[in-house]
Design a protein around this ligand. Structure first.
Ligand code: HEM
Ligand code: HEM
Length: 185
Protein backbone atom coordinates (compact mmCIF):
# COMPACT_ATOMS: atom_id res chain seq x y z
CA UNK A 1 0.00 0.00 0.00
CA UNK A 2 1.15 3.55 -0.66
CA UNK A 3 1.28 6.29 1.96
CA UNK A 4 -2.04 8.02 2.52
CA UNK A 5 -0.72 11.32 1.18
CA UNK A 6 0.58 9.81 -2.06
CA UNK A 7 -1.12 11.17 -5.17
CA UNK A 8 -3.76 8.89 -6.67
CA UNK A 9 -2.09 7.69 -9.85
CA UNK A 10 -4.05 5.56 -12.26
CA UNK A 11 -2.48 3.67 -15.15
CA UNK A 12 -4.78 1.84 -17.56
CA UNK A 13 -7.59 1.85 -15.05
CA UNK A 14 -5.45 0.36 -12.28
CA UNK A 15 -3.97 2.07 -9.29
CA UNK A 16 -0.22 2.39 -9.79
CA UNK A 17 0.21 0.02 -6.85
CA UNK A 18 -1.24 -2.72 -9.04
CA UNK A 19 0.19 -1.64 -12.37
CA UNK A 20 3.82 -1.58 -11.21
CA UNK A 21 3.83 -2.97 -7.68
CA UNK A 22 2.79 -6.44 -8.82
CA UNK A 23 6.43 -6.76 -9.93
CA UNK A 24 8.31 -3.84 -8.35
CA UNK A 25 6.80 -4.36 -4.89
CA UNK A 26 5.31 -2.06 -2.29
CA UNK A 27 6.94 1.36 -2.07
CA UNK A 28 8.97 0.57 -5.20
CA UNK A 29 11.35 -1.58 -3.17
CA UNK A 30 11.98 -4.16 -5.91
CA UNK A 31 12.75 -7.87 -5.37
CA UNK A 32 15.39 -10.15 -6.82
CA UNK A 33 15.83 -9.43 -10.51
CA UNK A 34 13.19 -6.67 -10.43
CA UNK A 35 14.80 -3.35 -9.50
CA UNK A 36 13.85 -0.91 -6.79
CA UNK A 37 12.31 2.17 -8.44
CA UNK A 38 12.18 4.26 -5.27
CA UNK A 39 15.21 6.51 -5.09
CA UNK A 40 15.89 6.65 -8.84
CA UNK A 41 15.71 10.09 -10.45
CA UNK A 42 12.81 11.24 -12.56
CA UNK A 43 15.02 11.68 -15.62
CA UNK A 44 16.58 8.22 -15.26
CA UNK A 45 13.20 6.46 -14.86
CA UNK A 46 11.74 8.31 -17.85
CA UNK A 47 14.78 7.45 -19.98
CA UNK A 48 14.60 3.75 -19.11
CA UNK A 49 10.86 3.62 -19.90
CA UNK A 50 11.58 5.22 -23.25
CA UNK A 51 14.38 2.74 -23.94
CA UNK A 52 12.16 -0.24 -23.02
CA UNK A 53 9.42 1.11 -25.31
CA UNK A 54 11.77 1.41 -28.29
CA UNK A 55 13.40 -1.93 -27.43
CA UNK A 56 16.91 -0.47 -27.11
CA UNK A 57 16.81 -1.96 -23.60
CA UNK A 58 15.30 -5.39 -24.19
CA UNK A 59 12.84 -6.80 -21.64
CA UNK A 60 9.50 -8.32 -22.60
CA UNK A 61 7.49 -7.26 -19.54
CA UNK A 62 8.82 -3.73 -19.55
CA UNK A 63 8.45 -3.30 -23.30
CA UNK A 64 4.79 -4.23 -22.93
CA UNK A 65 4.27 -1.84 -20.02
CA UNK A 66 6.31 1.08 -21.35
CA UNK A 67 4.95 1.03 -24.87
CA UNK A 68 1.42 1.32 -23.42
CA UNK A 69 2.27 4.52 -21.57
CA UNK A 70 1.73 8.06 -22.83
CA UNK A 71 4.45 10.67 -22.36
CA UNK A 72 2.27 12.22 -19.65
CA UNK A 73 1.90 8.93 -17.78
CA UNK A 74 5.66 8.34 -17.99
CA UNK A 75 6.23 11.78 -16.47
CA UNK A 76 3.75 11.10 -13.66
CA UNK A 77 5.04 7.66 -12.80
CA UNK A 78 8.66 8.87 -12.88
CA UNK A 79 7.83 11.73 -10.49
CA UNK A 80 5.90 9.35 -8.23
CA UNK A 81 8.72 6.82 -7.78
CA UNK A 82 11.48 9.45 -7.66
CA UNK A 83 9.78 10.99 -4.63
CA UNK A 84 9.72 7.70 -2.67
CA UNK A 85 12.67 6.98 -0.38
CA UNK A 86 14.55 3.76 -1.13
CA UNK A 87 13.70 0.96 1.29
CA UNK A 88 16.55 -1.45 1.92
CA UNK A 89 15.38 -5.05 1.98
CA UNK A 90 16.68 -8.06 3.90
CA UNK A 91 20.29 -9.07 3.14
CA UNK A 92 20.81 -11.34 0.13
CA UNK A 93 23.85 -13.62 -0.12
CA UNK A 94 25.16 -13.47 -3.67
CA UNK A 95 28.41 -15.20 -2.83
CA UNK A 96 30.17 -11.83 -3.09
CA UNK A 97 32.74 -10.27 -0.78
CA UNK A 98 31.28 -6.88 0.19
CA UNK A 99 34.59 -5.58 1.57
CA UNK A 100 36.34 -6.32 -1.71
CA UNK A 101 33.36 -4.81 -3.56
CA UNK A 102 33.73 -1.64 -1.53
CA UNK A 103 37.43 -1.39 -2.41
CA UNK A 104 36.71 -1.96 -6.10
CA UNK A 105 33.92 0.60 -6.12
CA UNK A 106 36.12 3.23 -4.39
CA UNK A 107 39.43 2.79 -6.18
CA UNK A 108 38.64 0.69 -9.25
CA UNK A 109 41.17 -1.84 -10.51
CA UNK A 110 43.62 -0.07 -12.79
CA UNK A 111 45.41 -3.27 -13.76
CA UNK A 112 42.17 -4.17 -15.51
CA UNK A 113 41.17 -0.62 -16.52
CA UNK A 114 38.12 -0.69 -14.25
CA UNK A 115 37.32 2.83 -12.96
CA UNK A 116 35.97 3.58 -9.50
CA UNK A 117 32.19 3.21 -9.59
CA UNK A 118 31.76 6.03 -7.07
CA UNK A 119 33.12 8.66 -9.50
CA UNK A 120 29.84 8.39 -11.40
CA UNK A 121 27.41 6.74 -8.98
CA UNK A 122 28.27 8.92 -5.94
CA UNK A 123 30.54 8.41 -2.94
CA UNK A 124 27.92 6.30 -1.15
CA UNK A 125 26.36 4.93 -4.32
CA UNK A 126 23.53 7.40 -3.78
CA UNK A 127 23.34 8.40 -7.47
CA UNK A 128 24.25 11.75 -9.00
CA UNK A 129 21.91 14.15 -10.77
CA UNK A 130 19.47 12.83 -13.32
CA UNK A 131 21.63 10.40 -15.23
CA UNK A 132 23.73 8.37 -12.79
CA UNK A 133 21.44 5.96 -10.96
CA UNK A 134 21.64 5.14 -7.25
CA UNK A 135 23.14 1.71 -6.62
CA UNK A 136 22.99 1.87 -2.80
CA UNK A 137 20.17 -0.33 -1.60
CA UNK A 138 19.39 -1.58 -5.10
CA UNK A 139 18.56 -5.31 -5.28
CA UNK A 140 21.91 -7.17 -5.35
CA UNK A 141 20.72 -9.81 -7.83
CA UNK A 142 19.49 -7.06 -10.13
CA UNK A 143 22.83 -5.20 -9.99
CA UNK A 144 24.69 -8.43 -10.76
CA UNK A 145 22.32 -9.29 -13.60
CA UNK A 146 22.68 -5.82 -15.21
CA UNK A 147 26.47 -6.10 -15.21
CA UNK A 148 26.22 -9.55 -16.84
CA UNK A 149 23.78 -8.08 -19.39
CA UNK A 150 26.15 -5.27 -20.32
CA UNK A 151 29.09 -7.62 -20.61
CA UNK A 152 27.05 -9.93 -22.83
CA UNK A 153 25.89 -7.01 -25.03
CA UNK A 154 22.27 -7.59 -24.01
CA UNK A 155 21.73 -4.16 -22.39
CA UNK A 156 22.98 -1.61 -24.86
CA UNK A 157 20.73 1.40 -24.35
CA UNK A 158 23.36 3.79 -23.04
CA UNK A 159 26.71 3.40 -24.83
CA UNK A 160 27.77 6.86 -23.60
CA UNK A 161 27.63 5.57 -20.00
CA UNK A 162 30.61 3.27 -20.74
CA UNK A 163 28.86 0.60 -18.65
CA UNK A 164 29.25 -2.01 -21.39
CA UNK A 165 32.95 -1.21 -21.56
CA UNK A 166 33.40 -1.29 -17.78
CA UNK A 167 31.44 -4.52 -17.35
CA UNK A 168 33.39 -6.19 -20.16
CA UNK A 169 36.52 -5.96 -17.99
CA UNK A 170 34.91 -7.31 -14.83
CA UNK A 171 35.09 -10.96 -13.80
CA UNK A 172 31.99 -12.68 -12.50
CA UNK A 173 33.48 -12.46 -9.00
CA UNK A 174 34.09 -8.69 -9.39
CA UNK A 175 30.40 -8.34 -10.27
CA UNK A 176 29.25 -10.41 -7.29
CA UNK A 177 31.49 -8.37 -4.98
CA UNK A 178 30.25 -4.92 -6.08
CA UNK A 179 26.62 -6.10 -6.16
CA UNK A 180 27.02 -7.50 -2.65
CA UNK A 181 28.52 -4.20 -1.49
CA UNK A 182 26.05 -1.75 -3.04
CA UNK A 183 23.11 -3.98 -2.20
CA UNK A 184 24.12 -3.92 1.47
CA UNK A 185 24.16 -0.10 1.77
C1 HEM B 1 12.72 -2.56 -14.87
C2 HEM B 1 9.34 0.91 -14.35
C3 HEM B 1 5.83 -2.46 -14.30
C4 HEM B 1 9.23 -5.94 -14.37
C5 HEM B 1 12.10 -1.33 -14.76
C6 HEM B 1 12.79 -0.04 -14.80
C7 HEM B 1 11.84 0.92 -14.68
C8 HEM B 1 10.55 0.26 -14.53
C9 HEM B 1 12.05 2.43 -14.66
C10 HEM B 1 14.30 0.17 -14.91
C11 HEM B 1 14.84 0.46 -13.53
C12 HEM B 1 16.34 0.61 -13.49
O1 HEM B 1 16.98 0.72 -14.54
O2 HEM B 1 16.87 0.62 -12.36
C13 HEM B 1 8.09 0.30 -14.26
C14 HEM B 1 6.83 1.01 -14.13
C15 HEM B 1 5.84 0.06 -14.15
C16 HEM B 1 6.48 -1.24 -14.27
C17 HEM B 1 6.71 2.51 -14.02
C18 HEM B 1 4.33 0.27 -14.12
C19 HEM B 1 3.76 1.23 -14.92
C20 HEM B 1 6.44 -3.70 -14.33
C21 HEM B 1 5.73 -4.97 -14.36
C22 HEM B 1 6.70 -5.95 -14.39
C23 HEM B 1 8.00 -5.30 -14.38
C24 HEM B 1 4.21 -5.12 -14.32
C25 HEM B 1 6.53 -7.46 -14.42
C26 HEM B 1 5.62 -8.04 -15.26
C27 HEM B 1 10.47 -5.32 -14.52
C28 HEM B 1 11.73 -6.05 -14.64
C29 HEM B 1 12.74 -5.07 -14.80
C30 HEM B 1 12.07 -3.78 -14.75
C31 HEM B 1 11.94 -7.56 -14.60
C32 HEM B 1 14.24 -5.32 -15.02
C33 HEM B 1 14.49 -5.43 -16.50
C34 HEM B 1 15.94 -5.77 -16.82
O3 HEM B 1 16.44 -6.78 -16.29
O4 HEM B 1 16.55 -5.03 -17.60
N1 HEM B 1 10.73 -1.10 -14.60
N2 HEM B 1 7.85 -1.05 -14.32
N3 HEM B 1 7.80 -3.93 -14.35
N4 HEM B 1 10.70 -3.97 -14.58
FE1 HEM B 1 9.27 -2.52 -14.49
C1 HEM C 1 24.20 2.35 -14.70
C2 HEM C 1 27.13 -0.40 -11.95
C3 HEM C 1 30.86 2.55 -12.93
C4 HEM C 1 27.88 5.48 -15.40
C5 HEM C 1 24.69 1.35 -13.88
C6 HEM C 1 23.91 0.24 -13.38
C7 HEM C 1 24.73 -0.54 -12.64
C8 HEM C 1 26.03 0.07 -12.64
C9 HEM C 1 24.36 -1.82 -11.91
C10 HEM C 1 22.43 -0.01 -13.69
C11 HEM C 1 21.59 0.63 -12.64
C12 HEM C 1 20.13 0.37 -12.86
O1 HEM C 1 19.76 -0.28 -13.85
O2 HEM C 1 19.34 0.83 -12.02
C13 HEM C 1 28.40 0.17 -11.98
C14 HEM C 1 29.56 -0.40 -11.32
C15 HEM C 1 30.62 0.40 -11.63
C16 HEM C 1 30.11 1.50 -12.44
C17 HEM C 1 29.54 -1.67 -10.47
C18 HEM C 1 32.08 0.22 -11.28
C19 HEM C 1 32.70 -0.99 -11.48
C20 HEM C 1 30.37 3.61 -13.66
C21 HEM C 1 31.17 4.72 -14.13
C22 HEM C 1 30.33 5.53 -14.84
C23 HEM C 1 29.01 4.94 -14.81
C24 HEM C 1 32.66 4.92 -13.85
C25 HEM C 1 30.63 6.85 -15.57
C26 HEM C 1 31.64 6.88 -16.49
C27 HEM C 1 26.63 4.88 -15.43
C28 HEM C 1 25.47 5.46 -16.10
C29 HEM C 1 24.41 4.54 -15.92
C30 HEM C 1 24.95 3.44 -15.13
C31 HEM C 1 25.39 6.78 -16.85
C32 HEM C 1 22.97 4.67 -16.45
C33 HEM C 1 22.88 4.03 -17.81
C34 HEM C 1 21.51 4.25 -18.44
O3 HEM C 1 21.02 5.38 -18.41
O4 HEM C 1 20.94 3.28 -18.98
N1 HEM C 1 25.98 1.22 -13.42
N2 HEM C 1 28.76 1.32 -12.62
N3 HEM C 1 29.07 3.78 -14.08
N4 HEM C 1 26.29 3.68 -14.86
FE1 HEM C 1 27.54 2.49 -13.76
Amino acid sequence: AVAADAPALVFQGNDIVWACASCHGDHGAGAGLTPALAGLSEAYIAKQLHDFATGSRPNESMQYVASAMSAEEIGQVAAYYAALPRVVGPPVDLGGDAARGEALSRTGDWKKDIPACVTCHGQQGEGVGGHFPALAGQQPEYIFHQLVSWKGGHRHNSPQSLMDDIASRMSEQDMRDVAQYFGSL
